[in-house]
Design a protein around this ligand. Structure first.
Ligand SMILES: NC(=O)c1ccc[n+]([C@@H]2O[C@H](COP(=O)([O-])OP(=O)(O)OC[C@H]3O[C@@H](n4cnc5c(N)ncnc54)[C@H](OP(=O)(O)O)[C@@H]3O)[C@@H](O)[C@H]2O)c1
Length: 287
């Protein structure tokens, strides 16, 4: 990325830090290009000493020179932050929001017309640069902005551009998915303990099994069903285990978990929109 580009990260919490850490480790962004804000002074001290980035408690001060603004505060705080920065954003700046369930329409309504808007859904493995980031573009996103945002986000994981209406499904799959996989790893390890392995050995075997299987799918590009069939020899151990999972409707359970996550994401966005709506009606502003 060009060294002249300035990035402001608003909110230096878990995801803000994960993104900063990934940007810098990716080598395309220098600490001099990044400034971060937070509500807590002690977070700013930590982030400054950990990464050498610029810090300020003021969102407005952070964005005045920024080419790219990453909004990384909790969803209810997003309107407050956008209201603060809207008057001082540079023309031609791009705003990327990672707030779950905050729509492009909500973001655009609170930002001036010349500002490009992108909605992002990263997941927690972005902390170790092994995440996936789904991006949906709003108004004013030029090819240059798209390239800049894509390049920055690639530092923390794989980037996938999608239509915004798919974001709830993304939340149910890659947003919530790491927790489903943690549960599976825990269960695999427990199975190993039940079969007689020491706990630590069982956990190590479970982690490496999931990591290796994911890498097999990624690197061979074979469909998982093909890889599964290759290891399930007739009358063997694997087919015996697979039969138990099928009896327990494992695939159906995972499928419904993703669906439930997606549904909940849509519900939460709907709830917030209704709250915003009643808030603006109380203030006497048009809905
Ligand atoms: N965690 C995830 O895995 C994940 C995944 C995808 C998307 N997201 C999204 O990422 C966003 C951040 O999540 P998070 O888990 O990183 O939350 P977090 O750890 O609470 O980070 C948010 C930070 O922003 C600070 N803050 C509050 N008000 C502020 C203001 N007005 N200006 C600047 N900073 C302010 C908070 O300080 P206080 O604590 O003092 O309020 C906190 O340090 C959320 O919108 C979430 O939906 C998170």
């Amino acid at each position: 990325m060009r060294a002249s580009k300035q990035i402001a990260v608003l909110g230096g919490g878990v995801m803000g830090e994960a993104l900063i850490s990934g940007f810098l480790a990716g080598g395309k962004v220098s600490h001099k290009q990044v400034v971060v804000t937070d509500a807590r002074p002690e977070r700013l001290t930590t982030l400054s000493s950990r990464f050498g980035v610029g810090v300020t408690p003021s969102n407005t001060a952070a964005v005045t020179e920024a080419d790219l603004v990453v909004v990384a505060v909790k969803p209810p705080v997003v309107p407050v932050v956008l209201e603060e920065i809207a008057p001082v954003l540079r023309g031609g700046a791009a705003v990327v929001s990672i707030a779950a369930g905050v729509t492009l329409a909500e973001l655009e309504a609170r930002l001036p017309g010349g500002v490009a808007v992108v909605r992002a859904m990263p997941n927690s493995p972005c902390r170790i640069r092994a995440g996936v980031v789904a991006l949906a573009e709003g108004r004013g996103v030029t090819a240059e902005t798209r390239a800049l945002v894509g390049e920055i986000m690639e530092a923390v994981g794989r980037v996938i551009w999608l239509e915004e209406h798919l974001m709830d499904a993304v939340t149910g799959l890659s947003g919530s998915g790491p927790a489903y996989v943690y549960l599976f790893i825990e269960a695999l390890a427990e199975g190993g303990v039940k079969a007689g392995l020491p706990r630590q050995v069982a956990l190590e075997l479970a982690v490496q099994t999931v990591l290796g299987a994911a890498q097999m799918v990624a690197s061979t590009r074979e469909h998982p069903a093909v890889l599964k069939d290759q290891v399930a020899t007739p009358a063997g151990t694997t087919i015996a285990g697979l039969a138990v999972l099928e009896e327990a409707a494992f695939r159906g359970a995972v499928l419904r978990a993703v669906e439930a996550g997606a549904r909940r994401s849509a519900e939460l966005a709907g709830q917030r929109a209704r709250q915003d709506d009643s808030g603006s009606k109380k203030k006497g502003t048009p809905a």
